[in-house]
Design a protein around this ligand. Structure first.
Ligand code: SF4
Length: 377
């Protein structure tokens, strides 16, 4: 659910202000909550993600955010909502309202535990304020979890600032409880029309005229910014963390609303998805085609018997319908829609792409002949 468009911040790596603009345009709270209510009553949706670049874009956004949350309460919509949140902008009153209106898990881009690194990326918040926001949430009885996004090896990163990021995680964990805080490690992706791209062009890290859409292994390595010398330390730390498998999982029992809805006998948007989710072992990416319930409902499911590489299909065709499921450990997981129409779509798409590729090749050959003729050679 989108409640506003635009982001007024200048984070050096981010494309949102370029795509959506820096001026924030707000949807009227009444309309937002009307949409939520329609999904709630008509299709049984209970969990909502606010897709805004940031749900709280600044103090100017307080009236709109507050009214949305108050209307959710006054209309008795018992939902769980989430989104990207700048906790540095949370006030004690807003925290109470967030908790009462059903705030769930939040994604918080702390990015680094070093104020110097943050300032160098023009992140526009103080770490102290971020911790304050977490405190207000804890005092208000926040029961969700916080996904703490860290972008390691940003410009100006040093071994010392890496250690400060570890300390920052510990600080947030001490405020909210270790079981509620999940640090996620990212690298900055270099995106066109951003300050970071400009800087790296000037430094010679990127060459002028590079193609940001060139997805060769080399260019991917370059565009996921993780330069030497810290890349090796980070890689070693990653490998070590992956070896400690028990530490990389959410230790809590599954309490997600998919299963809750089922027990309560409520309706869910897509009964097929609910059935399919029951076949997913904890924490694994298992094909829904392996689920006997799906095989029964779909002749193709029966035919493929779990062998269909659905991730591959989903990646290779934009027409391939995707539905998002949540596995029992709370991770997101994409499943294909169980319709034969999806397969037909996929084949039609491949056929169109093949015809276009052949036509393009012929046209290029035609142009080359013309070049040759007109060059006078
Ligand atoms: S990272 Fe977030 S806050 Fe910063 S510009 Fe992008 S959307 Fe806005």
């Amino acid at each position: 659910m989108q409640t506003k468009r635009g982001c007024p911040y200048d984070c050096a790596f981010c494309l949102y202000p370029y795509i959506e603009g820096k001026r924030v345009r707000y949807r009227p709270p009444g309309m937002v909550v009307k949409d939520i209510a329609q999904h709630y009553h008509q299709w049984g949706a209970r969990r909502f993600w606010f897709t805004d670049a940031q749900f709280i874009t600044g103090k100017e956004a307080y009236p709109q955010c507050t009214e949305i949350l108050e209307r959710i309460l006054s209309e008795k919509l018992e939902i769980e909502w989430s989104g990207y949140i700048q906790t540095s902008l949370i006030t004690p009153d807003l925290a109470k309202l967030m908790v009462r209106s059903g705030v769930g898990d939040l994604e918080v881009a702390i990015t680094s535990g070093s104020q110097e690194v943050l300032n160098n990326l023009y992140m526009g918040f103080k770490l102290e304020r971020l911790y304050d926001g977490c405190r207000y949430l804890a005092e208000a009885g926040f029961k969700g979890k916080v996904i703490l996004n860290d972008s390691l090896n940003s410009p100006k990163e040093t071994e010392e600032t890496l250690l400060q990021s570890v300390e920052a995680y510990k600080m947030v964990a001490s405020i909210l409880g270790e079981e509620r805080v999940f640090p996620l490690m990212f690298f900055l992706g270099i995106q066109p029309n951003t300050d970071l791209e400009q800087r790296l062009l000037e430094e010679g890290y990127l060459s002028a005229g590079y193609n940001p859409l060139m997805l060769t292994p080399n260019s991917i390595r370059k565009l996921l910014y993780n330069p030497a010398p810290l890349n090796k330390i980070i890689a070693k730390a990653c490998l070590k963390a992956w070896e400690q498998k028990s530490g990389s999982r959410d230790p809590r029992k599954w309490t997600g609303s998919l299963s809750q809805t089922s027990q309560e006998g409520g309706t869910y948007a897509d009964a097929n998805l609910l059935v399919a989710s029951k076949g997913i072992p904890d924490g694994t990416r298992s094909s829904p085609w392996k689920n006997p319930a799906v095989q029964k409902t779909s002749p193709l499911g029966l035919a493929f018997r779990g062998k269909i590489p659905h991730d591959l299909l989903a990646l290779t065709s934009p027409f391939y319908p995707l539905n998002t499921l949540q596995s029992r450990d709370g991770r997101c997981y994409h499943a294909v829609s169980f319709t034969e129409a999806a397969i037909v779509n996929h084949l039609v798409f491949l056929a169109i792409m093949t015809i276009l590729a052949v036509c393009e090749g012929a046209w290029r050959r035609h142009l080359n002949v013309q070049d040759y003729l007109y060059s006078g050679r």
